[in-house]
Design a protein around this ligand. Structure first.
Ligand code: CP3
Length: 339
């Protein structure tokens, strides 16, 4: 049963084949997704529980992944402070109140959050629970640092120059933003669990750009608060960080059940170094896009390495890319499922 595979692997007690799901599995590589998306904006789909539910189920119906991940975004959390992101074609997220200064943003997130703003997320979860049967549903949030990166830069960035200069110029203002985001993240994840998600994943995509000291101060400490608070619900917690290798000694100390690993780390080395952890990963999404024989070869190697591990979840090292051919996904899912 799917439920036992994924959840058992999170708890390091899977005796069967590894479970498989892909980050961003509901998205633009699917024709059925693009069809809906031609009628609605990303935000409309995310804000409408029926549509969010339908999109979450699309990859499950087509490929039979062992877990579903809620169709939403890490940036919706700022809506509790009445701050909205628009998702602009070819550009990505952009803060609607683009002209707010960092001081004004900090002041806005110091207001009392209105968590009910996110009710549509919890409604989508309730809807999904009845359609998914006993296939597990994964909820998620961003790490406070990663969400703050978008609030401070107001859009995607390659250099994060505003974040870096805020760390230099006014760390206490930055801490006030991070603490406010931490508190609403705890509530948001708790509400997702109460609505029915079976596991949660925290995406700390950009934490890896920090030096080790700054990582501890501006990312680790806040994720740690979240993990401590959410652990009481007894659902597995997964942490994802890009550039896993560099941050591993810290990631281990977060006490999550699972670490989601990018393709620059060797699972072989990791599981020997940290035998108590469960691991998720780590096929390179670019290989999956470009070459099926290479992707299959890599998949075989990963599965061979993790063959005797009770705590292994097959996934990509980052989200699936929009141009990935369906046959490639199909072949990888079939390969893992016949193991
Ligand atoms: O994984 C899933 O299928 C669940 C849903 C999910 C989305 N975003 C849907 C989405 C999850 C877990 C996320 C996480 C997320 N969002 C992260 C962390 C993980 C990562 O990828 O590093 C970040 C940094 C974001 C912020 C974000 N959202 C960006 C930068 C973008 C634009 C880039 C892009 O791919 O278009 C988004 C939009 C977004 N979020 C899409 C999807 C399916 C594309 C929407 C569309 O145009 O249809």
């Amino acid at each position: 049963m799917s439920e036992s595979l994924f959840l058992n692997a999170c708890y390091k007690r899977n005796k069967d084949r590894p479970p498989i799901w892909f980050m961003r599995q509901a998205g633009r590589y699917l024709p059925e997704y693009r069809k809906l998306r031609s009628k609605y904006s990303f935000l409309e789909m995310v804000h409408t529980p029926d549509l969010a539910c339908e999109v979450t189920l699309q990859p499950i119906t087509r490929f039979g992944f062992d877990a579903a991940i809620l169709y939403s975004d890490i940036l919706v959390i700022t809506e509790v402070f009445n701050l909205y992101f628009d998702f602009i074609e070819g550009k990505g997220p952009q803060l609607r109140d683009y002209h707010l200064s960092i001081t004004e943003i900090a002041k806005t997130v110091s207001n009392e959050p209105v968590i009910e703003t996110l009710s549509y997320v919890y409604d989508a979860i309730s809807l999904l629970k009845s359609s998914l049967g006993n296939r597990p549903l994964i909820g998620f949030s961003g790490s406070p640092f990663t969400v703050a990166c978008y609030l401070i830069e107001k859009q995607s960035s390659k250099t994060f120059s505003s974040v870096k200069s805020l760390i230099e110029s006014d760390p206490s203002l930055f801490h006030s933003i991070l603490q406010a985001l931490t508190e609403v993240t705890i509530t948001h994840l708790s509400n997702q669990i109460k609505a029915g998600v079976n596991a949660v994943q925290i995406f700390d995509t950009w934490g890896s750009m920090l030096t080790d000291d700054d990582y501890h101060t501006f990312s680790f400490d806040y994720i740690y608060q979240i993990v401590q608070a959410v652990q009481s619900f007894n659902v597995p917690i997964i942490i994802y960080s890009k550039d896993t290798a560099n941050k591993l000694p810290s990631l281990i100390k977060l006490n999550t059940n699972v670490i989601s690993v990018d393709w620059n780390s060797s699972l072989d080395v990791l599981q020997q170094q940290y035998p108590m952890m469960a691991w998720q990963g780590n096929l390179n999404p670019h290989t999956l896009l470009e070459s099926l024989p290479a992707a299959l070869e890599e998949t075989k190697m990963i599965c061979e390495t993790m063959k005797n591990s009770p705590g292994f979840i097959f996934n990509l090292g980052h989200g699936i890319l929009p141009k990935t051919p369906l046959e490639h996904v199909d072949a990888i899912v079939n390969y893992v499922k016949q193991l």
